[in-house]
Write a protein that binds this ligand. Structure first.
Ligand SMILES: [Zn+2]
Ligand SMILES: [Zn+2]
Length: 939
């Protein structure tokens, strides 16, 4: 069998369709993964990388003492499958194959994916022949050619990619961990640092600082208005910017009639057709249509996978001679571009335009087949149309302009006006994306006098440099050698998703800025492009076999160790700097009690709350749900009443939970519980809230004098209110305890949530576990609890409430466990069973059991029953065991009937013993007989 491995499922499907020709392709599904079969061939798609590099086990604990962040530099790495099902299927098919062709994308990333596939196949079939098909577009022509002339995998190119992965993981993981720990951040709030990411972020931060440091300067511009044949002409002073206001004013005052035309110059200008698209130029052009870089690339890849355009990741701006340009034009005729294509065919330039970069791998981005607006949908169509029109433009003649420049003199001051007209639209006919502004001047002659209608002096200010747009940043990254054509847009996307930058154009957030500031202060190598440029040149050396991968990795390790030497020395400062700078993003606004700032606090573990920055002087705080419900962050909206930023709980993979103003939320959620205080009226509640007493807890802990003065009530009424508040607090505690209990034993089910059951329990007065333990199953049934659930809930409630009662009585936890195991659950069990029996079944010594029985008896005000000395118990047991037929088990059962020695056995009613012990009465009589016979014979 011939196995073909493609980069993705969609490309596998298309390749199969093309190679099968007229033959029918059979689709098989295995573990949810499709494969495409025809003519002894099977095609399977990967999902890009199906393995990833990771550290060997043992490095996952961030706070490990033995393995600090630095240890990640030298940690061993392994490749682990990330797409197990695909790996399994490929290996299964590979075992049956005698030939494998790897048809992943034709670039460095694709080559690494090819090598990964190669290794997976080689691991299960050493003998199979593995080759490689390379193509730039998934079209019949390209695919058949590529499969007709397969090549081998370029292992050097793949090794370069692999080295990059290893180094990126090593840098990213160790630095991210170090910086996050230093700034005491964890969970969803870590501070990521990366080899390409950090220098890119630094550029954005630096630009922001330039903008802030920018001091605008005033300048003045002078222009005049005249006319010829009723056409208005505007002319500018030849000093385009006056930096002195005095000079500008003098020039204005000098500008007088007569206004004389001194010179008229006519000429023509060539407007060159644009060069073919590489990835960067494509992203810049598509940004003008309103697509962010990452989105544009996703759509372009989709168009490539479906055979509409060529591979969109390329650095090449020169069409290779092998590219059949005429054939492409022919095929595009079958689209709605027919007219434009025909025009291009009729007017085609001799040689297509070419850019500066020519590489041997991919051609520039170009259309691969005709498509219709309908089959692509609006967004993809826009991108496809841009690619088609750019392609047409590169084959079109240059545009030509007629230009005109007129110089004037007005009272000795020189002015000039320029105009232009497109005489030959050329490529602009088919590429309408850049705007053409034609400005025609009427015909004039030297020496001609014109009227001076108006003179205008404008005061302006110099502008700061602009923030980076995504496409501008990508251009800049390319210039500096940061990242690759495939990764640049992803790096920017990461900076956005990690909340380091925001907005269009991009500006740094506080966090982004503080991380860069701190790194620049202490280890600026990380933020400068030079380091990553060096690495790129090493990658090139690996590709050209000049250096080995190990050698490059070792050098990178040494570099990182040097950086850690600096970082570790300044760990405290780095942490303090970042925490200090980022505090603002957690600050919400004024504390209602003291006016200092309220701030979100994230504690270790799951706890978070809002506290006052002047703690401990001010103890005001608002509790928040545990971080498991979402990590609390500040949002932009501000409460009009409280002047506090709104708070949102964010959780990965879940919709964010907006709490709104935290104080409004606090008041609303405490209103219900305040209402539980019987003598607190609505009016009193409002007064309390005005005086910053929001919760039952705060009310219960406020001095009565203060309450009586706030509410204008007598000290006695205030006392009563506080007492009631304490009762409610107690009720709330019990309810919360009961809620936890119910949630533990009642799994959420459709149509019946634990919360609704709990609400109904409150309605019927079940407020704690003890209440619940006294309830019967019928009542629970009315709340929607099933029979089986109810019986579990009740038995667990009884167990728990009994346990609590016994703990209260003073039974130690260790003994309690032993009793429970033996089935001695509630207090009455201690009094309803003979203590010797309890001891026998629980393993607790008889004297200890008796002590516990006494404690229970006292608490329940019931008698404790007889107590025997330890020797009597032991002797009694020995005596019983001496009776024929009586073993340990029978002794225990007898003790249940209160029989601890032979004499008691002999004297008791056998029927009663039988009832209490479960030993058949017949047997009991037999023991009694044997015992008496023994007694008589020894006498
Ligand atoms: Zn305060
Ligand atoms: Zn509010």
């Amino acid at each position: 069998m011939h196995l073909i491995v493609a980069e993705k499922n969609i490309s596998a499907q298309r390749i199969a369709g093309i190679l099968a020709g007229k033959e029918k392709v059979r689709v098989a599904r295995d573990g949810g993964i499709s494969s495409y079969h025809f003519d002894e061939k099977a095609v399977v798609g990967l999902r890009g990388h199906v393995v990833e590099v990771d550290f060997v086990k043992g490095y996952s604990n961030w706070r490990s003492e033995e393995r600090p962040p630095r240890s990640l530099i030298d940690a061993d790495m392994v490749k682990i499958p990330t797409e197990r099902k695909i790996v399994n299927l490929i290996q299964k098919l590979a075992k049956k194959s005698d030939r494998v062709t790897i048809a992943t994308d034709f670039d460095a990333e694709g080559e690494l994916i090819a090598k990964e596939a190669y290794e997976l196949i080689h691991a299960v079939n050493r003998k199979v022949n593995i080759d490689r098909a390379r193509f730039s577009a998934i079209t019949p022509e390209e695919i058949t050619n590529a499969f007709a002339r397969p090549t081998g995998i370029d292992f050097d190119l793949a090794a370069a990619g692999e080295t990059r992965q290893v180094i990126d993981l090593m840098w990213g993981a160790s630095l991210t961990r170090f910086i996050s720990l230093a700034a005491r951040r964890g969970g969803g709030n870590i501070l990521s640092v990366g080899r390409v990411q950090s220098p890119t972020l630094a550029m954005i931060v630096d630009r922001e600082k330039d903008i802030e440091a920018f001091v605008p300067e005033k300048y003045w511009q002078l222009s005049l208005e005249t006319e010829k044949d009723t056409e208005i002409i505007e002319a500018r002073h030849t000093t385009s910017r006056f930096t002195s206001q005095k000079e500008a004013l003098t020039a204005r005052d000098n500008t007088k009639e007569p206004l004389v035309v001194t010179e008229v110059k006519e000429g023509s200008k060539v407007d060159r057709a644009p060069t073919p698209f590489d990835t960067t130029a494509f992203i810049v052009a598509v940004a003008r249509l309103g697509f962010p870089a990452a989105r544009a690339m996703r759509l372009a890849e989709d168009l490539y996978m479906n055979g509409y355009i060529s591979y969109p990741r390329t650095d090449n701006t020169v069409y290779p001679p092998s590219l059949n340009l005429s054939g492409l034009l022919q095929s595009l005729k079958k689209s709605e571009f027919r007219e434009d294509v025909e025009w291009v065919m009729a007017n085609r330039r001799k040689v297509p335009t070419r850019g500066k970069k020519s590489s041997t791998d991919h051609p520039p981005i170009h259309p691969a087949s005709a498509a219709s607006r309908q089959e692509l949908g609006e967004e993809r169509w826009k991108i496809y149309e841009l690619v088609v029109r750019r392609f047409l433009a590169t084959l079109s003649p240059d545009a030509r302009w007629l230009t005109m420049k007129v110089n004037f003199d007005a009272g000795g001051e020189p002015y000039t006006a320029t105009g232009g007209r497109l005489t030959e639209p050329g490529w602009r006919r088919v590429y309408p994306y850049s705007k053409v502004t034609e400005y025609m001047l009427p015909g004039m002659k030297a020496g001609e006098r014109l009227p001076l209608n108006d003179v205008t002096l404008e005061e302006k200010e110099t502008q700061p440099p602009p923030r980076y747009s995504q496409s501008k940043l990508i251009q800049k990254m390319e210039e500096l050698g940061l990242g690759t054509k495939s990764t640049r847009h992803e790096v920017i996307q990461k900076l956005i998703s990690r909340k380091y930058v925001e907005g269009t154009p991009l500006r740094p957030t506080l966090v982004g800025r503080s991380v860069i500031d701190s790194l620049e202060n202490h280890a600026d190598t990380i933020t400068r492009p030079i380091m990553t440029q060096t690495l790129e040149s090493h990658m090139q050396q690996i590709r050209e076999k000049e250096r080995g991968s190990d050698d490059v990795v070792t050098e990178s390790r040494e570099m990182l160790h040097t950086i850690f030497d600096q970082l570790e020395q300044h760990e405290q400062e780095i942490g303090a700097e970042i925490m200090e700078q980022t505090a603002e993003e957690l600050t919400l606004g004024p504390c209602p009690v003291c006016g200092h700032d309220l701030r979100i606090r994230h504690m270790r573990g799951q706890t978070q709350f809002i506290g006052c920055t002047s703690y401990p002087d001010c103890g005001f705080n608002i509790s928040l749900p545990m971080t498991a419900w979402g990590f609390a962050v500040r949002v932009g909206n501000v409460c009009e009443i409280h002047n506090l930023h709104h708070v949102r709980l964010v959780k990965k993979g879940a919709r964010p939970w907006d709490l709104g103003c935290p104080l409004c939320h606090h008041i609303a959620s405490n209103r219900e519980t305040l209402k539980l205080i019987p003598s607190l009226s609505e009016a009193m509640m409002s007064r309390l809230i005005e005086r910053h007493i929001y919760t039952v807890y705060e009310l219960a802990h406020t001095p009565t004098e203060e309450i009586s003065s706030v509410l204008g009530i007598t000290p006695e009424s205030a006392r009563k209110l506080v007492d009631e508040a304490e009762d409610v607090l107690d009720l709330l505690r019990r309810r919360s305890d009961c809620r936890k209990f119910v949630r533990k034993y009642l799994p959420p089910r459709r149509g019946r949530s634990p919360a609704s059951v709990i609400r109904k329990m409150h309605e019927v007065g079940i407020n704690d576990v003890t209440d619940l333990s006294h309830t019967d199953e019928k009542i629970l049934k009315t709340m929607g609890v099933g029979e089986k659930e109810a019986s579990i809930l009740l038995s667990e409630a009884r167990k728990l409430s009994a346990e609590r009662e016994l703990r209260e009585i003073g039974i130690p936890a260790v003994s309690l466990k032993k009793y429970q195991k033996a089935g001695i659950i509630g207090p009455s069990d201690f009094l309803d069973n003979p203590y010797v029996y309890i001891s026998a079944i629980s393993g607790v010594s008889p004297d200890t059991v008796y002590r516990h029985v006494e404690m229970v008896a006292k608490a329940l005000n019931r008698p404790a029953g007889p107590k025997y000395s330890r020797t009597r118990v032991e002797k009694g047991k020995a005596g019983l065991l001496a009776i024929r037929g009586v073993g340990e088990a029978i002794v225990v059962r007898l003790s249940q009937a209160g029989i601890i020695e032979p004499s008691q056995l002999a004297e008791s009613d056998p029927e009663k013993i039988a009832r209490l012990s479960g030993i058949p009465a017949e047997k009991v009589r037999e023991y009694q007989r044997t015992y008496r016979e023994n007694e008589n014979s020894t006498r």
